[in-house]
Design a protein around this ligand. Structure first.
Ligand SMILES: [Zn+2]
Ligand SMILES: [Zn+2]
Length: 232
């Protein structure tokens, strides 16, 4: 079945994400836009995924747990998962490697953690957008080891995109899927997402994938299949 998606959306946990990007607002806006599947991908953290997944379950929207990992080279890698528990393990791992810099909300913005009723239940104190100690060479295998799929994010963008930083795409890095808004010319399956930091930037129903079922399992299996085809 054809499912319209947007697998790169930030919440109010990302310092650069709007405070209006609460779990329920994101789910409702995605439904208004006509999407069937999204992923919540905050910088280096998945802590708003449980609430957003719950809001999705209640309202009939598939929500994959995800995060946008910053590598040690400052390259952004979208990490998509089926189970939040697996994403949590990746987060625990990268937290140990991440530079610890206190967030300054007055400059970078708040980093709110919310429950499924959009109530603030915590605030992340360390700035989330800093580099982790994970290199781009190890990212694909590391994420796969935790059960996820690593996708170089906005590969067509100069800032924080893999090609912009490394100068070229190296197939030996092990990625099987890329994220781009343009045809990147890289011979790998591609997904196109919004990278929305504001509600109105969430994708319209423009990009779809073919999944067996409209469920977290069905959508993740479809992405995994694309990734495996890319790795062949
Ligand atoms: Zn990014
Ligand atoms: Zn992003």
């Amino acid at each position: 079945m054809k499912l319209y998606y947007d697998f790169h959306i930030h919440s109010c946990l990302s310092p650069c994400g709007s405070e209006d990007n609460t779990p329920n607002n994101i789910v409702n806006m995605a439904l208004i836009k006509g999407l069937q599947a999204i992923a919540l991908s905050d910088h280096n953290s998945g802590k708003n995924c449980p609430a957003t997944m719950e809001a999705g379950r209640k309202n009939g929207l598939v929500v994959l747990p995800a995060m946008e990992l910053t590598t040690s080279e400052d390259i952004h890698i979208l990490c998509l998962f089926e189970r939040y528990e697996d994403l949590e393990k990746l987060e625990t791992y990268i937290q140990k490697t991440r530079l610890r810099v206190k967030n300054r909300p007055e400059i970078f913005g708040h980093q709110y953690i919310m429950n499924e009723r959009d109530e603030v239940i915590g605030e992340e104190e360390d700035l989330l957008i800093v580099s982790s100690g994970v290199s781009v060479e190890e990212a694909a295998a590391l994420v796969k080891g935790f059960g996820g799929i690593a996708v170089p994010a906005h590969i067509d963008k100069q800032s924080n995109g893999l090609v912009g930083i490394l100068g070229a795409f190296d197939p030996s890095l092990g990625f099987g899927l890329i994220e781009s808004t343009l045809d990147s010319g890289i011979p790998l399956p591609q997904i196109t997402n919004s990278d929305a930091h504001y509600l109105w930037d969430i994708s319209e129903a423009e990009h779809f994938l073919d999944a067996e079922t409209c469920s977290v399992r069905g959508v993740f299996a479809a992405l995994k299949k694309m990734c495996e085809e890319g790795n062949r």
